[in-house]
Design a binder for this molecule. Sequence first.
Ligand SMILES: Nc1ncnc2c1ncn2[C@@H]1O[C@H](COP(=O)(O)OP(=O)(O)OP(=O)(O)O)[C@@H](O)[C@H]1O
Ligand SMILES: [Mg+2]
Length: 286
Amino acid sequence: MTTNGSLLSGEVNLMSNAVDGVTPPFLDLRDIVIKHGDRTAVDGVDLTVAPGEFLALLGPSGCGKSTLLHVLAGLRRAHSGELRLNGSPAAADLSGKLRVGYVFQDHRLLPWRTVAQNITIAMKSAGVPKDEWDARIDRYLGMLRVGEYRDSWPMRLSGGQRQRVSIARALAVDPDVVLMDEPFSGLDEVTARAMRLELSRLREVSSVPTVFVTHSIKEALFLADRVVTLSHGPARVLKELSVSLPRPRQYEDPEFARLEASVVADVLKEWELTDAAPGAPERRAS
Ligand SMILES: Nc1ncnc2c1ncn2[C@@H]1O[C@H](COP(=O)(O)OP(=O)(O)OP(=O)(O)O)[C@@H](O)[C@H]1O
Ligand SMILES: [Mg+2]
């Protein structure tokens, strides 16, 4: 991942630090606007991530999901808005305050380094003490069930195995937050289903707050504690939905199907409305 060198800036208005006795959100973004040059990519998004929460960001292609994730990672500056970390106003340099485990759509493993070496590079850059490297590599590759590929070249692995390694790499830095940008969208549906189940299983032993970007309603409902649906770009929040279905979830569960149908109805209505009337005033769903 490349940084653009501009982190959350002084242009972000910082809120007061009043905490009202309730555990504050881990991350709290309010009215965040992000621009690429003169073009607005994210247009006034409010978003919270609770401690330990798995949040899905669901939105159409090009709506600004990755851009928003880059701000959460401290890799891009917000043009305006307010941001808090654990209840405290976040200073300009968010990346110095959060250890981020990032999982991309493509695995981004270095082909000329073994699986273990790829994970080592991430741990080294995150400042993990050297005497912990070996144990962490074994632990996380084991958790992701790819321990046998420790000394393999990434190109000898299947797409699903590479994504398992890339999740292990994200977890091995002992992240404060995991950010996943459509990590399974390049996989066939059978492998993607297996990976979702794996991730769901991992949540039983690791409760690192996670923001998971996806186009897939099924995927969002299968994985997330809460689903935030975004509009066509520039991204605005259309709806939020808490998902309290027991885990592991079943796609065929009637309640799952009911939720899916309701999200499909919301998404079709909102996304088609914007499509059907380009240039028309955009509106928020109530
Ligand atoms: N570096 C950049 N410079 C200028 N415009 C950009 C840049 N990166 C993204 N954009 C634009 O910002 C908008 C949002 O892009 P972004 O990559 O965040 O969307 P996305 O929701 O992640 O899309 P996808 O689902 O296809 O990955 C798009 O219109 C895109 O063309
Ligand atoms: Mg993207």
